[in-house]
Design a protein around this ligand. Structure first.
Ligand code: PBG
Length: 342
């Protein structure tokens, strides 16, 4: 069938027709909101490069989590910002650290929200790398037990999901065994299986103070040109017991999301990272793009590429827009009113 019988514009004519014809949808259930947790009480320390986000003390992080849950968001992903750093990143498994404290507090005030804990050493090491160093660089196998200790600390505090983001080989299997041995066989592992050495983590590293003091992460995070390698990483993590797979960053890697989606059966999560968030804000600040629309367009783009879930710093705004959209439906009623009047 071709023109004039076929006219692509017919289903684009009204908002209702467009809504009916939408092939991809986004719901608040698909959103995970990252939160930065620091030490202290009643502290909110804004992050300049991430408008609307702040380093929060555990009490305020829990309040934030509760208000995200009220907006319909199903999960928060916690990152810790310790006041003390050392060579091994021992703060990562400190049961009294900001993340375990926040987990316990969130579970007290909003037990239905799922709590995801990022597991990595970079925020906790004084050198800023994601594992322990030897003469050659980051030592993979010596890092594994430390990651497992961190995972256990978060599981003990009540985390539902352990999310390792360090990119060490074999860490999913290692963490799985450690969790199972300690009786946490029901705690899920959502692994950053496909994490690229990206320029888009800049604002996060500023927020977390986790920029490597020397060198970069190219010897453990993935090389941007590679997609077949992404499949090997994803399949390896599923094999090791990952319950979901994260691809990160999002927008520059839509093809990778699609490729991974087609090869694994576990849920695929896209992480729209700090630099993607900051970039949209920066352009909007200059009046160059419309922020709410750009935010929605990137979110639906990640879903269309194949992501089941999105980790995004826009979670709150997206969720608010989604409930506003359904609340707007009764406004169709004025047509009826018109009938009554005539
Ligand atoms: C920790 C970690 C990073 C991010 C998530 N977990 C930073 C990094 O690898 O440098 C980035 C998140 C973001 O930019 O939003 N390894």
């Amino acid at each position: 069938m071709s023109f004039p019988a076929q006219r692509g514009r017919r289903l684009r004519r009204t908002a209702s027709l467009r809504a009916l014809a939408a092939e991809t949808r986004l719901t608040a259930d698909q959103l995970v909101a990252p939160l930065f947790v620091r030490e202290g009480y009643a502290v909110r320390e804004p992050i300049a490069s991430m408008p609307g986000h702040a380093r929060l003390s555990p009490d305020l992080a829990a309040e934030e989590a509760a208000s995200l849950a009220a907006a319909g968001v199903r999960a928060v992903l916690l990152f810790g910002i310790p006041s003390h750093k050392d060579a091994d990143g021992s703060g990562a498994w400190d049961q009294a650290g900001p993340v375990p404290q926040a987990i316990r507090r969130i579970k007290e005030i909003v037990p239905t929200l799922s709590v995801w804990a990022d597991v990595c050493l970079c925020e906790y090491t004084d050198h800023g790398h994601c594992g322990v160093l030897d003469n050659e660089g980051v030592n993979n196998d010596e890092t594994l037990p430390l990651l497992a200790r961190a995972a256990l600390a978060y599981a003990r505090a009540g985390a539902d999901v352990i999310a390792p983001s360090d990119m060490m080989d074999g860490r999913v299997a290692h963490i799985r065994v450690a969790l199972d041995r300690a009786g946490y066989e029901d705690i899920a592992i959502v692994s950053y299986a496909v994490k690229y050495a990206s320029s888009f983590y800049g604002p996060f590293r500023e927020a977390a103070g986790s920029t490597p003091r020397q060198g970069d992460r190219k010897a453990y995070q993935m090389d941007p040109p590679n997609v077949r390698e992404a499949l090997r990483e994803a399949l390896a993590d599923v094999e090791e017991g990952a319950d979901m797979i994260i691809v990160k960053p999002g927008l520059p890697y839509l093809d990778v999301i699609r490729a991974v989606r087609e090869r694994v059966d576990v849920p695929v999560v896209a992480y729209q990272v700090s630099g993607e968030f900051a970039m949209l804000h920066a352009a909007a600040d200059r009046g160059w793009i419309d922020l709410p629309r750009a935010m929605q367009e990137t979110a639906i783009g990640l879903r269309r590429a194949g992501a089941d879930l999105l980790i995004t710093y826009f979670a709150r705004e997206l969720a608010a827009g989604l409930s506003a959209a359904s609340a707007a439906v009764p406004e169709a009623v004025p047509v009826l009113k018109g009938h009554q009047q005539s």
